[in-house]
Design a protein around this ligand. Structure first.
Ligand code: ATP
Ligand code: MG
Length: 312
């Protein structure tokens, strides 16, 4: 591909999806998996599928789950240059169980897994810079654990200082947040970012009782997207606000739609596509994402997304 060089870093996980609702991961039930996952992993896979030259600083174990993730990302075109296979620790994992009210419960195995061993410090900074990284995307899910948070923040500030654009999806997962430094770091990264892409729930937590127009005006980011689930999405780019409704689809598995949306929109905006066109493709990609079981099974190439748009 000749697209923009997009980077991300953080957790790579396998995910298991409970087949029954309302068990809250507390009762025996059938789970489907292993599916390749991890919010930044979903993002970078989708960026690659949309034509980015994609670079990811991450780590998996030498076990079978690690192979599941490694083979998917590299098979979809993500560079293997900064993906480690670490012996002696298991590959990270997540179990998700849905509830009838639309909420979901996660059990994560991340901070003590291979996922936490992603390349850090100089190794990561040099790797991203030598790849020509133009945008580095961060998911808030990688900022819950204090050690991972410090490492991610360090790489972000170094790359920002070297002229790389930052992108952040607050992607707040309460199961991962262990201390108060989390929100402070999310806010610090938002202030440095050119792309800010919260969900409705993230925005309600970060800017309570304010409208999109108000909180987006308080940010210096060039591109601000609000992900609204089945209500669609809004994008403010260069001062112009565009909103689009969601496509009507049957929801099979909502997890990962946000990361897929971000991977699509950030890649296309970085490639120079007009904001309304990038938003339309992001919304179509999100609809494809929720239509498949598994967090990145609904990721799609730009041509598949455009075919879905044309058929809509
Ligand atoms: P996650 O954190 O689970 O990855 P998110 O909360 O960050 O998701 P969403 O708003 O759920 O992000 O999804 C991103 C985009 O995908 C939405 O803006 C919308 O365009 C599309 N989408 C999400 N849910 C649906 C749905 N039920 N039907 C159609 N499109 C959807
Ligand atoms: Mg999200």
């Amino acid at each position: 591909p000749s697209g923009p060089v997009i980077g991300s870093l953080g957790e790579l996980l396998v995910e298991f999806v409970c087949e029954q609702k309302d068990g809250r991961n507390l009762v025996p039930a059938a789970y489907r998996g292993p599916f390749p996952s991890g919010a930044p992993g979903i993002f970078i896979d989708q960026a690659a599928r949309c034509g980015a030259r994609a670079v990811f600083a991450g780590a998996v174990g030498t076990d079978a789950f690690g192979t599941v993730i490694f083979d998917r990302l590299v098979g979809d075109g993500v560079s293997a240059s900064l993906i480690r296979r670490v012996a002696g620790v298991p590959t990270g994992s997540a179990h998700v169980s849905y509830n009838s009210d639309g909420s979901r419960d996660f059990v994560f195995n991340m901070a003590h897994s291979a996922a936490a061993h992603f390349p850090k410090g100089d190794e990561a900074v040099r790797g991203f810079l030598s790849a020509g990284c133009q945008v580095l995307h961060v998911s808030g899910s990688a900022l819950g654990d204090p050690a991972m948070r410090a490492a991610v923040f360090d790489v972000c500030t170094a790359l920002h200082g070297a002229g790389v654009s930052l992108s952040i999806d607050p992607n707040i997962r309460t199961e991962l947040v262990s201390d108060a430094g989390y929100l402070q770091t999310v806010r610090a990264l938002i202030a440095l970012s050119d792309y800010v892409l919260p969900s409705d729930a993230d925005a309600a937590l970060l800017w309570p009782d304010t409208t999109f127009a108000d909180w987006s005006a308080s940010l210096s980011a060039r591109h601000i997207a609000l992900k609204r689930g089945d209500k669609g999405a809004v994008l403010k780019s260069g001062g112009t606000i565009t909103g689009l409704p969601a496509a009507r689809v049957t929801v099979i598995d909502p997890t990962g739609a946000g990361d897929c949306f971000c991977g699509t929109v950030v890649t296309l905006l970085a490639a120079g596509m007009a904001a309304p066109d990038a938003l339309a493709r992001g919304v179509a990609a999100g609809a494809l994402a929720v239509s498949a079981l598994g967090p990145m099974e609904g990721n799609a190439t730009l041509s598949t997304i455009e075919a879905a748009l044309a058929g809509a």
